[in-house]
Design a protein around this ligand. Sequence first.
Ligand code: BGC
Length: 772
Amino acid sequence: MLVHLHAQDLKLTRENIPEIVSAMTTEEKVDLVVGCGAGWGNPDAKFPGTAGWTRTVPRLGIPSIYFADGPQGVNMAQAREYDTADYSCTFFLSGSTLATSWDVDAAQAIGQAIGHELKERGLDVILGPGMNLHRNILCGRNQEYFSEDPLLSGKLAAAWIRGAQSNGIATSLKHFAVNNQETNRKENDSRVSQRALRELYLKGFEIAVKEGNPWTVMGSYNYVNGVHACENEWLLTDVLRREWGWRGVVMSDWDGVVRQADAVSAGCDLVEPGTEADRTALLAALEDGSLSMENLDRNVRNILELVVKCPSFSNYRFSNDIDRIGHQKLLRRVAAESMVLLKNERSVLPLKPGAVGLYGVSSYDLIPANMGVNGVNNGVYHVSLVQGLREAGFTVSPSVLREYTTYIAAEKEKIASAYPPVYKQFFRYPRPEEIIPGSGEAAAEDLGALTVDLGLKQRSNTPRQSLMEQAEANEAAIITLSRSTGEAFDRAASEFALTPSEKTLIDSLSRAYHSFGKPVIVLLNVPAPIETVSWRDKVDAILLVGQPGERAGESIADALTGKVAPSGRLADSWPVHYGDAPADKNFPSEVGQDLKSLITPRATREGRELVRNIDYTDYEEGIYVGYRYFTTSKTDVAYPFGYGLSYTFFNYEKPSVEASADGFMARVTVRNSGSWPGREVLQLYVSAPSGGLDKPARELKGFVKTRLLAPGESETVEIPVSLQDLASWNEKKAYWETARGVYHFCFGLSADKMQTDCPVRVKNTYLYGKQD
Ligand code: BGC
């Protein structure tokens, strides 16, 4: 009787987790390790439109905790039935655009803002950041991730996590691991060497885990060397927990578990989104002994340790009052600063406000940030480029605008009827072909695009102008080119190149505007590199605007006018051709075109011949990804990793490297020697001596972004590099090794342009174990 009373009174606290686990029935334990389904399309979910939640065990005081997708913001339905409140959240910039900021403080601030929105909307776990390596420029999720370099990725992810979790909510670092292609993503096996795993694909996660300590990690869909990532004990238990010393909850990606008992045993604590079939399978596995109670208990404990830290556990009274204005201000600045100036002939930028001809379908239909499942508010609320330019004092040519508006509306209708809505969800709708306004046969009245205002149809009476009339009337041409991407699809190699209509647009506008001595400026609204060498000489300026988030138009206008100095640097190498990087050989680069074939049910691997690059992908290039390959093989690139111009220029003074307790301290003073304020990114590359393991020509070992420096101002930066940071993975011996010899510490403007060189000698060879 006494025991019975005690069981009734027992409620979860931070201190009694072992007791709670002992008091749970087998069914309750299984309930806890299987999620509750997703809130998408479920108006009865507590938070409609969110990714999911855990089960509650009321008798033991175990509440549900709630998950929302990131990483570009909190993804939830912005409107609810019988409710007039606005539940929209800020749609922040894509990961690949945040990466070009090279700014850990910005990443931390963005993470902090997203964590705050999540908490005040009542949830507990943000499913982000995403940080798989950009192995191939066509990977369909590169926009969610940061860079081709693990150090840059890891440092940004760690800062994002620290910012978000400073609110007392959890992050979920995803997708662990080696998730570098979307084609056949749930069945594809990433076959990769131990060295490339350790130095590239796991390195970023290791940094993020050790320096950010995410409360949860999400396993990925793919296989890693023959074992499914969510069922991979080596990955989830040996490396993540034993070697890196991490404690937290691993959840599967949604519908990412194939064999439930294997996943739970391997250390995947939570099966998401969770189905009745998952519960049944786990109960059966306990019966037949393929799942041990010990492993189940371990996972239950991990989940409860997370639950007690979450706001839902302490009944946090969320306000639903989020600092939209403050966050938009932050976003607007970070996005503008993240933009990368690739070309600026005769300093045509910054641009003085005046009349501009705005060209390219995307100038009127920007892709604000990563769309689809991990987007926010379906991407519908964002400041257009037209609005941003007008607010900055520009006049956007009405005749050009009308021609585009009429054309885009008609084309989008055609596209929408040809593709089912699932394509919209994943944001792989084809985009309308480019046109040349002022050419062709459109009648003057066709410019009267219909807009509906207060129920009245409106018709413009703007006369149509020929291209030459447009060039005469405006001060500059601005062209926007974009590429759409989205989860579940890779891009095809053909999307790297410009389309014939994009090329014609650039040719025609350059001819027309240059004949009046007026500049042509290209904005790249792209998530990843595209081809530039064949056309860049025809235009005067190129600004990579990336996917800047919901204040897109304003951020772009700020960067164009110099209100904010664009100080981004490329986080990826931009090749001359697709095919120049060795990873291109082993990637499904022809598949992306066939959109309809890509959303396919899971095809079983058993009993059939596996198809290269579909069922498995060999990472034959090893560690030679991105600039590690281009600089070592001396292969030309269009723009190197780390590249970016400024409106000013910087001098590097007094470089030095001194010995420190555990390695070295590199220092340099950077001075703004131009006439415009700016921020410089100090990139420290190190070249290793020969004689040890085979090494790339140089590797990024540290970076710092200065504060805004006024003309004449300087800042001294220090970057510590430990001896261990210089190590490579010795596959034969399974340990990290720093070879002795002379290392060159160089501050570079990019991966292929060094400004300083300080050689230092490492006297002995150092070895480090897996746990060091
Ligand atoms: C994606 C994850 C996401 C999850 C929940 C999956 O399709 O791969 O990134 O967090 O869905 O929405």
